[in-house]
Design a protein around this ligand. Structure first.
Ligand SMILES: Cc1cc2nc3c(=O)[nH]c(=O)nc-3n(C[C@H](O)[C@H](O)[C@H](O)COP(=O)(O)OP(=O)(O)OC[C@H]3O[C@@H](n4cnc5c(N)ncnc54)[C@H](O)[C@@H]3O)c2cc1C
Length: 467
């Protein structure tokens, strides 16, 4: 076996790996990226994806323009519609770019190479290399022809849901080594449709239906759209719920031209991303938006903190121990982690309603409100006054027979859990020394909260043999 030495080895060259590689290489660090897929097959799982323009700019990602291979189209962020389609909450209209994923990722990878990173395609991470004290000092990878070893100061796992490196960590690691259970994965089915009536304007139909976790988004075809649906446990569950959506929501007739499927994490973030000479990033670290499961830009908030902390440590000649890298955990919880994870129980509570109850709440701007649905999960700031108003409107709904008492109990519980998560994440430990005690409390709290998978229809799951 041949050996090579780098500052950083990144496993996975998709959005997170490509961005991290570029930023670290730009700062003068020696970076190797290994990507399991061959160059022509990278990020082919689905075609169109979106990023908000202001987020691309924030993270220094070049905006594509018409004529570029990766460019698809532009539109504004949407809000959400009620289960029977009668009421709508409008999005803030942030400009969004739709891009072809493979082309965009290859562009990001080329930028990383221009900055000095080396990328090897068709090379899959297989295991860590440890020193005699059990410290990570490198990684092994496999290509079609050979197996190799690379020595490095840090292994960054950017391999998405498979978590190829993270899952090899010992049980003693402060980074969880379990891969996501199907219950905690969002299985997405995308129907690329063409409307039968040429007068249908798809741009006027774009919206999100939280109660089905379904949406309509542009496809780039002036007479077509992408109808998407996501569900926990498997694609079959999502497809079953899609039948409800089709039955309940008036929608123009269409033909399905193409179907794509893919997975995204739908669970709280890892408690710790770092251990000695290791960091988990992107989907591996479960950093997707709680409202919709998108992760291309939300992952970069943690990645940017990681760039600052790790680059500084390398420049100072310091070791990349978990103690030295701990500020990445702490800062992330402040910047995004607390907001995302505190929102999860609220979302789980609000989707426990019936379609009729949701229709009523859309009408009265309660929970399915302009503030919660219109913000798209970004910078959500729910104040105690908001909570008091929600409780008042819910009480009125029960008094008038529009809402079940059982549902109110679920909501009150979820609001209490929201407060508990926020309070616990505010006390995220400053150093690894305080972590075991914090983790014990977090484990108890998340055991009580559960996950979005718990809100799935048990009858459908039983019919599909999932439970
Ligand atoms: C259908 C669908 C639509 C979506 N649309 C959007 C959207 O519009 N906007 C948005 O922000 N998010 C969207 N998401 C979510 C988004 O795809 C992910 O959050 C994002 O791709 C995560 O990027 P990542 O780099 O962390 O992981 P991934 O994109 O999963 O990339 C992981 C990379 O690691 C490689 N890899 C795996 N194993 C190994 C190994 N052993 N060794 C080396 N390499 C390995 C893989 O080949 C892959 O290239 C969507 C998800 C789905 C399923």
């Amino acid at each position: 076996m041949k050996t090579e030495t780098y500052d950083i080895l990144i496993a996975g060259a998709s959005t997170t790996g490509a961005w991290f590689a570029r930023e670290m290489a730009k700062r003068g660090h020696k970076v190797l990226v290994i990507e399991k897929q061959k160059e022509k097959d990278v990020s082919r799982e689905y075609d169109i994806f979106h990023m908000e323009k202001y987020e691309m700019q924030k993270f220094g990602i070049e905006l594509p323009t018409e004529g570029d291979k990766e460019y698809g189209f532009e539109f504004g962020s949407t809000g959400g519609k009620s289960p029977y389609g009668n009421y709508e909450k409008f999005g803030v209209g942030n400009p969004i770019v739709g891009m072809h994923k493979h082309e965009q990722i290859m562009k990001m990878n080329r930028k990383a190479e221009e900055a000095g990173a080396k990328i090897i395609y068709g090379a899959a991470f297989t295991d860590f290399i440890y020193d005699e004290n059990g410290k990570i000092i490198g990684a092994k990878y496999k290509t079609a022809r050979t197996e190799k070893e690379v020595y490095c100061k840090l292994v960054a796992d950017c391999t998405g849901i498979p978590s190829a490196a993270r899952r090899m960590l010992p049980d003693t690691s402060v980074v969880e080594n379990k891969v996501l259970d199907p219950k905690n994965i969002f299985y997405v089915v995308l129907y690329y449709v063409k409307y039968k009536d040429a007068n249908v304007d798809p741009m006027k139909l774009h919206t999100f239906f939280l109660n089905y976790k379904a949406w309509s988004a542009p496809s780039g075809d002036p007479n077509g759209a992408i109808l998407g649906i996501g569900g926990n446990y498997g694609y079959e569950y999502a497809e079953e719920i899609f039948k409800d959506f089709r039955k309940n929501v008036p929608w123009p007739e269409y033909t399905v031209e193409k179907i794509e499927k893919g997975m995204t994490p739908y669970y709280r973030s890892l408690y710790s991303f770092v251990d000695d000479n290791f960091i988990a990033m992107g989907d591996t670290a479960q950093l997707t938006k709680p409202t919709c499961g998108e992760g291309c830009s939300s992952s970069l908030y943690q990645a940017r903190i990681a760039v600052d902390v790790i680059s500084r440590l390398l420049n100072q000649g310091k070791e990349l121990t978990k103690e030295n890298m701990w500020p990445i955990n702490k800062k992330y919880m402040e910047v995004q982690g607390k907001d995302f994870d505190a929102l999860r129980p609220i979302l789980m509570g609000i989707v426990r309603c019936t379609y009729d109850e949701a229709e009523y709440m859309f009408k009265t701007d309660t929970l399915f409100s302009q503030k919660i649905l219109g913000g798209g999960g970004n910078d959500l700031d729910i104040t105690p006054v908001d909570v008091a108003n929600i409780l008042k409107n819910l009480a009125f709904g029960v008094a008038t027979g529009k809402l079940r008492g059982e549902y109110i109990k679920a909501i009150v519980k979820s609001l209490t859990q929201f407060i508990k998560v926020a309070a616990l994440y505010d006390k995220y430990p400053e150093t690894p020394a305080g972590f075991p005690e914090w983790k014990k409390k977090a484990d108890e709290l998340w055991k009580e909260i559960g996950s979005m998978g718990d809100t799935c229809d048990k009858n459908i799951l039983a019919k599909l043999g999932k439970i």
